[in-house]
Design a protein around this ligand. Structure first.
Ligand SMILES: Cc1cc2nc3c(=O)[nH]c(=O)nc-3n(C[C@H](O)[C@H](O)[C@H](O)COP(=O)(O)OP(=O)(O)OC[C@H]3O[C@@H](n4cnc5c(N)ncnc54)[C@H](O)[C@@H]3O)c2cc1C
Length: 451
């Protein structure tokens, strides 16, 4: 079918698939395109862990059993020496990533979604200051396809957003140091792993500088695990695959194990794009940097961003206003439901990446921040000043007062950033002033608190 689509969705990972599902369900004439063939939609290197709270919020609580590869009861976080362990309890799942995307795409197809696989989008069509479609590669040629709104859900490729005018906030590039380069393997172990419903995270600067390594069992089998490692980008650290082989896969537990899948990718670990929308364009998922900056999980938040964008697009098409102002409610929705927390966690991430293994060992040994604080931090992005003040009172006289005082300042900046996000602009015209305030605040934080 030709003509102008209501929406063209570029990319069918979890973010694009969730957006396409919501838009098709709302009866909008939607085309989704992906470079991958149908059977590989959703297939990207991932740890496959998703928090149960995300699925509840997204109305995905009755996923078919074959999409669930295991239940998760909690996460163990190990100190660099592995002598100290925090167990943070919380419900979650190991998900079959292809199965989840297929589940969403099939439902969208039932509601009339048009789908073109093995079709790369080459860029946007921009006319009169607004995105009015996309250029698709078809066969050996290319065609322009018109759309009232284009959604860039192309992950790190940012196939549309990065080709937009530089003054549009959606075009902001990812800085290498605001990313993690991560590599993982799915392996079949020779023996069943103990406590397969517990995910394991190991924090160690010497093994995974600026990141961590993980061991996530798929509890359905107990012998299949997802093992991976991420390092901060832009710092010249060794490739995560080399570190994984050198320090992790040499452990006894992996002896005789078989590689089922292997691969890596870049994870954006920063605050979200300052606006997910502009004239005729919306950006979701990794393309919008909608990932938790501390643990790098992005499947749930990608779908949350897609959910907010889908609601805004549906409303914008009803009112006939698809410019930045008409789509703006996507920002209010995302920033209040997840983006503010992400920005607060980004402040914490910058601090964490500065710590030495000794600092982390000390912090966990002295329980400066405890399991319950980590739970609140991870769910809400809050770290109470009183928690840190208590630690300062108890420990400052003994040792490392500078680390404790620094942590106190970090928490203060976390609340300043939260306060700024609470006054997120109500319209695009207010964005430049707000963005400048945010930039100044982050620069002040880096200069005053970080090294
Ligand atoms: C090693 C690793 C481990 C991770 N572990 C976890 C974890 O345990 N839990 C978690 O929640 N998150 C994890 N993440 C992050 C998570 O995988 C991502 O945040 C999430 O998959 C992003 O989904 P998305 O739909 O935005 O992007 P993607 O899944 O990257 O989808 C983008 C889609 O766009 C398509 N595309 C790209 N360019 C074009 C183009 N030009 N034209 C058409 N189509 C195009 C691609 O083919 C792809 O299908 C991990 C990431 C990595 C790399």
């Amino acid at each position: 079918m030709g003509g102008v689509y209501d929406v063209v969705v570029v990319g069918l990972g979890v973010a694009g698939a969730y957006a396409a599902y919501r838009l098709a369900k709302a009866g909008l004439r939607t085309l989704a395109v992906d470079v991958k063939p149908y059977e590989r939609l959703g297939d990207k290197p991932c740890g496959d862990a998703v928090g149960g709270h995300h699925l509840e919020r997204l109305g995905l609580t009755d996923l078919p059993q074959d999409v669930i590869e295991g239940r998760v009861r909690g996460i163990d976080i190990y100190s660099p020496s592995e002598r100290f362990r925090f167990r943070v309890l919380g419900e979650g799942y190991e998900i079959d990533r292809i199965g989840l995307v297929r589940y969403l795409v099939e439902r969208a197809l039932d509601r009339g979604l048009e789908l073109e696989t093995e079709t790369p989008a080459l860029g946007p069509v921009v006319k009169d200051g607004s995105v009015q479609g996309v250029v698709l590669k078809r066969g050996t040629g290319s065609v322009e396809v018109g759309a009232r709104v284009v959604i860039d859900a192309s992950g790190n490729a940012r196939a549309i957003a990065r080709r937009l005018p530089r003054e549009w906030p959606v075009s902001e590039d990812l800085k290498a140091e605001d990313s993690n380069v991560a590599y993982r393997e799915v392996r079949e172990l020779r023996r069943e792993i103990e406590e397969p419903e517990i995910l394991r995270i190991y924090v160690s600067k010497s093994v995974a500088p600026g990141g961590y390594w993980w061991l996530f069992p798929y509890s359905k089998t107990g012998t299949r695990v997802n093992v991976g490692l991420g390092v901060q980008g832009g710092r010249g650290y060794p490739h995560p695959r080399d570190l994984l082989y050198r320090y992790v896969l040499s452990r006894e537990v992996f002896e005789g194990s078989r590689v089922v899948e292997a691969g890596g990718a870049v994870v954006p670990t920063r605050r979200p794009l300052e606006s997910l929308v502009w004239n005729g364009i919306a950006v979701v998922g990794d393309a919008a940097y909608a990932v938790n900056p501390v643990h790098g999980g992005g499947k749930g938040s990608s779908m949350l961003s897609a959910n907010c964008v889908a609601s805004a697009v549906i409303e914008a098409l009803e009112t006939g206003r698809t410019d930045a102002g008409g789509l703006w409610s996507a920002n209010a929705c995302y920033m209040s439901s997840y983006g503010a927390k992400q920005a607060v966690l980004d402040v914490f991430r910058l601090f964490l990446q500065e710590l030495s293994d000794d600092d982390i060992e000390f912090g966990m040994r002295k329980r400066i921040i405890r399991e319950e604080d980590l739970n609140v931090l991870s769910l809400r992005g809050d770290l109470e000043l009183s928690v840190v003040d208590k630690a300062v009172r108890l420990l400052a006289g003994l040792t490392r007062p500078s680390l404790l005082l620094k942590l106190r300042s970090v928490v203060e900046y976390m609340s300043k950033v939260r306060a700024l996000y609470e006054s997120y602009p109500r319209s695009p015209v207010e964005l430049p002033v707000w963005s400048r305030r945010l930039e100044e605040l982050l620069e002040e934080y880096k200069a005053r608190v970080l090294g």
